[in-house]
Ligand binder design. Structure first.
Ligand code: SAM
Ligand code: SF4
Length: 462
């Protein structure tokens, strides 16, 4: 993997793109087949107010065409905040000596994941700093324990890059998506931001997904940390990265995350060198959606609730919720004394975030089906581009919402699901979603599965 920085800079030169050029690209983008990098550059260079609005509208339409109304929810689980790297922007950096560090024991990881299951989560993203004392073997032990001892259905991992042999081991443990962010695709900026530690090596970081896919991973998640360098350069480079994976392995990045820099206690960066305002951020999300329609675009709790609502109409497909960025944050009463990686910006519960999705006309989904039904990698990319995924997404969102509603009354889960008052809202959304299924055979099949859920069966999906 190589990023041709010069070519990317060239594509972004020459000031605002003409209205006509932008509208031509939007027309093509609406077909939901993706765009070339040159076309993405035209969208990023749009300056005209109407043209930018049209980009955002088109992104919402393409999202709905590819994935329907569903918005997937997940939570991060921080395993350890020990780190030997020096990333200037991160509170976990090794030079931050004044704060409490913690690596969860395996039993603590299980407790944290179980707490998330009680809240209603079915997918978790394990996140950790880079320290050989809590390296690959530890991560694998955590993954296995979460599967064996909690009801979590899929475990994704955001961890430091490893070699091919390491990825093989991680894959064997049953990890769904491996995620690692390039942070910045601008090599000079990368060098400045990562002054020491394993993460210093730009090329090793950039090749991470090639190694993961070589090792047998099928779904990988990429992303730039917005605020370190020009956002247009970073978005175009992320697209180039995904296109490279598609050309080499037949699968686009499964997810593209767009973390935007947040204040980090003990970080060494201060204000972001290239702040990204909300309008730019929206445009970035929309261009990703239009250029790589098969990719999940992930918006974390780094963003405030109001903006996350807006982004649902601009192409976002996955939201984290109720997140804590300190190890142990879900079980030790907030655990504020243990260092957070960065401060979050949306403190709503899972059920509140789900309610807001319904209020915006979407359908909250706790689905984990694709990873467990072989709709992964190139198969997932192909199905989404052909428009075959929407019916699975819609049906599975209905089923997981039903399960969430049913379990929210059970004594085991009730106390962890604040906001049970929204059950009526969820039931209304479920009924409306069922009505929207046009294919009678599919509708019948969904209704049968809903019956199974009513009769106490769980984990029912297509
Ligand atoms: N330590 C591993 C690594 O660096 O790849 C994995 C986990 S790291 C805890 C997860 C991600 O959080 C980083 O890749 C970075 O993009 C993001 N991050 C770090 N500091 C941040 C900050 N101050 N604001 C927002 N996101 C941040
Ligand atoms: Fe460590 Fe990751 Fe934070 Fe860098 S971003 S200091 S590698 S935890």
């Amino acid at each position: 993997m190589r990023i041709d920085g010069k070519n990317i800079e060239t594509l972004l030169e020459n000031g605002p793109a003409s209205r006509d050029a932008v509208f031509d690209v939007i027309k093509k983008a609406r077909e939901a087949k993706g765009l070339a990098i040159e076309e993405a550059a035209v969208l990023l260079r749009a300056g005209d107010h109407d043209a930018v609005s049209a980009i955002l509208d088109a992104a919402g339409a393409v999202k709905e065409r590819v994935f329907g109304k569903r918005v997937v929810l997940f939570a991060p689980l921080y395993l350890s905040n020990f780190c030997t790297n020096g990333c200037l922007y991160c509170g976990f950096r090794s030079a931050n000596k004044t704060v409490a560090r913690k690596a969860l024991e395996i039993e603590e990881v299980v407790k944290e994941a179980a707490a998330l299951v009680e809240m209603g989560f079915k997918r978790v993203l394990l996140v950790t700093g880079e320290d050989p004392r809590w390296g690959l073997d530890y991560i694998i032990a955590c993954v296995r324990a979460v599967y064996e001892k909690t009801g979590m259905r899929i475990v994704h991992v955001n961890a430091p890059p490893m070699d091919v042999a390491g990825f093989r081991e991680l894959k064997k443990a049953g990890v769904g998506v491996f995620q690692a962010f390039q942070e910045t695709y601008h090599s000079e900026t990368y060098g400045k931001m990562h002054p020491w530690g394993m993460k210093k090596e730009f090329a090793f970081r950039l090749g991470v997904m090639d190694r993961a896919l070589e090792a047998g991973f099928e779904d990988v998640g990429i992303g730039p940390l917005l605020g370190l360098y020009d956002f247009k350069f970073e978005i175009l480079s992320s697209i180039a990265h995904s296109l490279h994976l598609y050309e080499r392995f037949g699968a686009h990045a499964h997810t593209i995350s767009v973390p935007r820099l947040r204040p980090a206690e003990g970080g060494a960066l201060g204000a972001p060198p290239y702040p990204v305002n909300d309008d730019e951020f929206k445009k970035a999300v929309a261009v990703l959606r239009l250029t790589v329609p098969s990719a999940g675009v992930v918006i974390s709790t780094r963003e405030p609730a109001g903006l996350r609502r807006e982004l649902l109409h601009i192409g976002a497909t996955q939201l984290s919720a109720a997140s804590r960025t300190n190890p142990g944050g879900y079980t030790n009463g907030g655990g504020k004394e243990i260092l957070e990686q960065f401060s979050t910006n949306d403190h709503r519960t899972l059920s509140e975030v789900m309610a807001s999705i319904v209020e915006e006309g979407g359908l909250p989904s706790l689905c984990t089906s694709c990873y467990r039904s072989g709709r992964v990698g190139g198969n997932f990319t192909e199905k989404t581009v052909k428009g075959e995924m929407e019916r699975f997404c819609h049906a599975n969102a209905i089923l997981t919402l039903k399960e969430y509603i049913a379990d929210s009354s059970s004594p085991r889960f009730r106390h962890a699901r604040a906001g049970n008052g929204v059950k009526g809202l969820f039931q209304g959304a479920l009924n409306a979603a069922l009505d929207e299924i046009k294919d009678e055979a599919m509708k019948k099949a969904v209704m049968e599965k809903l019956k199974e859920l009513e009769n106490g069966k769980r984990d029912v999906y297509f």
